[in-house]
Design a protein around this ligand. Structure first.
Ligand SMILES: Nc1ncnc2c1ncn2[C@@H]1O[C@H](COP(=O)(O)OP(=O)(O)O)[C@@H](O)[C@H]1O
Ligand SMILES: [Mg+2]
Length: 405
């Protein structure tokens, strides 16, 4: 039995049982509840069983330029497991292979090598329409001549879902994304946020096993983006659909994801819970990519078991001699007259009760940012010397970016 047949079966089972046969239905009638809420609960329950684990094994995509035969390796031997029912953020800079990964999962691109599994099913060679996926793009891609209702219903037409059932599902999805009262409008009569909600409803109405979102909020203004972020989080929780959310925005990924997959140049760098990726980056790239302001990287070296910055020994370490980058996040710093790190104040940025101190260290080539309590620097000005201590730090090899501490 195909996947969509299974869905049809599921929906058939949800027909309201005759009143006489069902205690539940009787008590519902007695409590005066509407029939539609019974359906909504049932749809919700079935959707919660829809999320499957996604497993990528050695997934690779090479693009060959026809004229020059030049090869771009967009995705390079990707091994990753996306847990069932979770929302995973696929994060990396523009051009790192996020969309290509998503298109291979959806079946729009054929992998050069590797396999894709949804649960136990190897879907690598299935066409997109047989995979049970819902796709949402950055630009919404709604049909402009159709109403919201027609847009949402459209995917069900090919699936031969009975009309009444299809209407019920469309209405349920529209309410889930809170556009139930806009069903008769055309896309050009909607705001960007509303259009994106329609696109999400259209992706969900098929009751997919997997929801794939490719930078879905990039076209929205900052405030709406925050709001829609929470909405997507809520919709994902309510439906329990395994969701991959592609973004280049680390803050967005951090705030929305159960887990983050960080990639660069087609290669997976780290996969973990957002806070863990932030607190325990595996390498310099990940450390730099997460966090706002970006982590400070201070040039230094290891010599005879000592970590040295600007001629001063900061730490005793058990490492070979090598040039390093000392990674310290702005919030790790504290002003301390006896602190190990001496710098000169270049600029002070007052942010409420805190102050961002932009300071420089001779020989360490760059300025760094320290977020400290305004109280602790109230007598200090630009040009003054300042001493810091730090509560935590990372050490990376300056050439390879490998994390050493
Ligand atoms: N159809 C294509 N033909 C050739 N190269 C492509 C094609 N699609 C993507 N690429 C290249 O693959 C790399 C990854 O692209 P993409 O997956 O779109 O990145 P992202 O979504 O992370 O911005 C880029 O170098 C891009 O130029
Ligand atoms: Mg992309």
């Amino acid at each position: 039995m195909g996947f969509f047949d299974k869905i049809k079966e599921l929906f058939k089972k949800k027909e309201k049982p005759p009143v006489a046969d069902s205690k539940e239905a009787v008590s519902e009638l007695e409590s005066g509840e509407e029939m539609s809420s019974f359906d909504a609960e049932a749809i919700k329950k079935d959707m919660q069983n829809m999320g499957v684990e996604i497993r990528l094994e050695g997934l690779t995509k090479e693009f060959v330029e026809k004229k020059t035969n030049r090869i771009t390796v967009a995705v390079d031997n990707f091994d990753v497991t996306i847990p069932a029912g979770k929302l995973v953020g696929l994060l990396g800079p523009s051009g790192c292979g996020k969309s290509t990964t998503l298109y291979m999962i959806s079946g729009l691109h054929k992998p050069t090598a590797g396999r894709i599994y949804f649960g136990e099913d190897d879907v690598t060679d299935l066409p997109p329409e047989q995979r049970g996926i819902g796709l949402v793009f950055q630009n919404y891609s709604l049909y402009p001549h159709m109403t919201v209702r027609q847009n949402i219903l459209f995917p069900l037409e090919n699936m031969q879902v009975p009309k009444e059932e299809a209407e019920k599902r469309a209405q349920y999805m529209a309410e889930l994304v809170q556009i139930g009262d806009l069903m008769n409008r055309k896309p050009n009569q909607l705001s960007g946020g509303q259009q994106q909600r329609v696109a999400i409803a259209r992706a969900l109405v098929k009751m997919p096993r997997v929801l794939l979102l490719d930078e879905p909020l990039s076209n929205l203004d900052a405030r709406l983006r925050m709001q829609m972020r929470e909405e997507i989080r809520r919709i994902q929780r309510e439906t329990g659909i395994t969701t991959i959310f592609v973004t280049h925005d680390q803050e967005e990924a951090m705030s929305i994801s159960d887990e983050i997959v960080v990639m660069k140049d087609g290669v997976l760098h780290q996969k973990d819970k957002p806070q863990h990726v932030y607190n325990e980056p595996v390498d310099e790239f990940v450390a730099r990519f997460l966090g706002n302001p970006p982590i400070n990287m201070i040039d230094g070296k290891i010599e005879d078991g000592k970590l040295i910055v600007n001629g001063r020994v900061l730490e005793k370490v058990n490492l070979e001699d090598q040039p390093i980058h000392l990674g310290i996040r702005a919030e790790f710093f504290q002003v301390d007259p006896k602190g190990r790190l001496e710098a000169e104040i270049e600029f002070l940025e007052h942010i409420g009760k805190d102050t961002m101190v932009i300071a420089s260290i001779e020989d360490a080539s760059r300025t760094f940012k320290a977020l400290v309590s305004a109280q602790t620097i109230k007598d200090l000005e630009v040009g003054h010397k300042i001493r810091f201590n730090y509560t935590s730090y990372f050490v990376f090899n300056a050439e390879t970016g490998e994390r050493l501490i």
